[in-house]
Design a protein. Structure first.
Lengths: 196, 446
């Protein structure tokens, strides 16, 4: 088992090194290297955007926009505590925020039925909990910074140092934002839990 | 009353998530925070990763091609072939020589983008990036070209009027963003275009006052009144040198019912025409759909033959690229046969993008690119004809036009619903004229 873990770690390190080389090249203006980064992280960015806009067409358009904006800004990326994909997701978050400002008449957008059918957990609702769709709606009502921390910590599952580095904040600040966000979510979801 | 600290909560959450503790145990450990701690711990535990949606393969490949093309467009392209760059480097020549440069494809990349737009949808990344551009930026001429083409392609007057309202809103957004960036030299021209868009929409409403467009216009006017205030508020932010342009813009947006104000030439942009020109194109007699489909399929088969006749590549990567071209053409053929010309157009857009990139990277010779492009253009034209002939006898499709001779200006094309065939490429899928240069659709900087 230890050998397997060691092999997995080695592969992970090799992947990191490969990605690191791609990033270095992309920062220097190598478009092909950036295209490889696109291949690596397209799914993650797409899912992140899709979670917030709820439909494939907008998610595709925004995802494309994210990568183009990331290319323009890649010279500002610094390899450090935050994975490259976390940085991409901050670019994605800004793109989604802009998108929402242009569609102010829609406070949130329901997930497409097929995605909801595969993702929903009606059993939780049956146990008196909140279904995922309700939780998602509540998340999308948070303030931008709170939403971003919640999405990166709990939906994308980055740890505190990674989130802090990606957002340019201290870990303490991230914990404070997280706390406030969860308190607000609790308030928003209370009617759902108690069936009000 | 004790307030739960973020750090204590974070510690509890980490312990519960790692399985080292339960919610009940944490609450018992911190009874002074019991209610709050339990509440937000359970809220945190209810959060889950999102749905495992996958970007589909078509989007992935199309997006990749579009991204690379957009990058190439933004950063300029050394159009010399790879061998020429190497040869030039041997003699110390770094830049492409204007004389004796290897004969490049008749379709430079910006024209490709115009075609991608004309095919309808083209590359999402590029069109989206262009939509965000401002007057004076490299992609803005692409944005203007897209607007013209969409106006041209929309079959109904109501649809055109709706588009004019959309474009009017865009002009307002552009002015607001330009003011925020301090770029006011193009205020006036943009405001003029904004007014033209509104007049076009209003001209339609005069005939049909109860249409949906009139409702949309009422909503837009309400936004405009807010925007007028916003523009006025910019007075204190805009430098003195741009005050005149800003005042002109405000007067134009406020006086849209009045005849256009005299334009002070702050920028070298002609005032766009206001009145819609008479239709310069003739309705194309409807072609029986089966015939159009058959011709489109035949042209795609010819394209397929052109692709498969390419010399076999020793490199697996290049062989994969060739295979990808074959796949796109086959998909387009299938789509046309299934009565889905729009899908076929998307396939052709990806095809065009790929051959441009192959030519740029030196993976195919210029001659090969020309042969592929010629065959592609014919197929694209035939596919476009199936869209035009799809049972809509009243649809007006402009005649294919020769390449325009004028560079697009900062003001962009006028906000008219018809275009002169000689002014800009307005065909749905034009067959390019070899050596035309097609400078009018150049996506370079204004």
């Amino acid at each position: 088992m230890a050998l397997l873990n060691h092999a997995e770690q080695a592969r992970a390190l090799q992947a990191q090194d490969s990605e690191g080389l791609l990033i270095d090249r992309a920062v220097k203006g190598n478009a092909a290297a950036f295209a490889s980064l696109y291949d690596l992280h397209l799914t993650r960015v797409f899912r992140y955007v899709y979670y917030q806009v709820g439909n494939r067409a907008d998610a595709e358009d925004l995802t494309q926009q994210v990568f183009l904006q990331a290319w323009r800004a890649i010279h500002s990326f610094r390899r450090g505590n935050s994975p490259f994909v976390a940085w991409l997701l901050t670019v994605a978050h800004n793109a989604v925020v802009s998108f929402r400002r242009q569609h102010k008449d829609q406070t949130y957008i329901e997930l497409e039925p097929q995605a909801l059918a595969r993702w929903g957990n009606p059993e939780s609702e049956a146990l008196g909990g909140c279904d995922r769709a309700s939780v998602r709606r509540a998340i999308l009502q948070l303030k931008d910074d709170q939403q971003q921390v919640i999405l990166m910590r709990f939906v994308e599952q980055f740890d505190y140092p990674e989130v802090a580095a990606a957002l340019g904040k201290s870990e303490g600040n991230v914990r404070v934002i997280q706390h406030r966000a969860l308190s607000e979510l609790r308030r928003l979801l209370a009617p759902e839990v108690h069936g009000a | 009353m004790n307030t739960l600290s973020p750090d204590i909560f974070a510690q509890c959450l980490e312990a519960v998530e790692s399985g080292q503790a339960t919610v009940e145990r944490c609450v018992a450990q911190y009874p002074e925070y019991a209610a709050e701690l339990e509440g937000i711990l359970r809220t945190a535990l209810a959060l889950a990763p999102g749905p495992a949606v996958e970007p589909d393969a078509h989007f992935r490949s199309r997006g990749r091609s579009a991204l690379l093309t957009a990058i190439a467009l933004e950063h300029g392209v050394d159009e010399r072939s790879a061998w020429r760059r190497f040869a030039d480097s041997l003699i110390g020549k770094r830049e492409a020589s204007p004389v004796g440069r290897p004969r490049q494809a008749e379709m430079p990349i910006p024209v490709f983008f115009a075609l991608a737009i004309l095919v309808g949808g083209g590359s999402a990344a590029v069109s989206l990036a262009a939509e965000e551009s401002l007057p004076g930026e490299p992609l803005y001429s692409l944005k203007s070209a897209t607007e013209i083409v969409r106006l041209t392609l929309d079959p109904s007057a109501e649809g055109k009027a709706e588009l004019q309202l959309v474009y009017a809103t865009r002009r307002l957004d552009e002015m607001e963003r330009m003011a925020g960036l301090g770029r006011t030299s193009r205020f006036q021209a943009t405001a003029q275009r904004y007014a033209d868009h509104l007049r076009q929409a209003e001209a339609f409403i005069a005939d049909k006052p109860t249409s949906k467009v009139s409702n949309d216009l009422a909503m837009l006017r309400e936004r405009i009144s807010r925007r007028d205030l916003m523009l006025a508020e910019l007075r204190s932010d805009v430098p003195a040198s741009a005050q005149l342009a800003l005042e002109e813009a405000i007067s134009i947006t406020q006086g849209i019912d009045a005849p256009p104000a005299p334009v002070v030439a702050l920028a070298p942009s002609p005032a766009p025409s206001v009145a819609p020109a008479p239709a310069a194109s003739e309705p194309i007699a409807p072609t029986p759909t089966p015939m159009a489909i058959a011709e489109a399929v035949q042209s795609l088969e010819e394209l397929e033959t052109t692709v498969t006749s390419l010399p076999s590549e020793p490199s697996p990567a290049l062989a994969t690229q060739h295979e990808a071209l074959v796949v796109q053409v086959a998909s387009a053929k299938e789509a046309v046969a299934d009565g889905q010309p729009e899908a076929a157009a998307n396939n052709l857009t990806v095809f065009a993008s790929e051959i441009v990139l192959m030519q740029q990277s030196g993976n195919i010779t210029t001659e090969t690119f020309q042969a592929l492009y010629k065959s592609y253009a014919k197929a694209a034209s035939k596919v476009g004809a199936t869209m035009a002939a799809d049972g809509r006898a009243n649809r007006t499709v402009p005649q294919p036009a020769p390449a325009p001779t004028a560079e697009p200006t900062d003001a962009g094309p006028p906000a008219t619903t018809q275009t002169s065939p000689s002014a800009r490429p307005t065909a749905v899928l034009p067959t390019p004229t070899p050596g035309s240069g097609d400078r009018g659709a150049h996506g370079g900087a204004d």
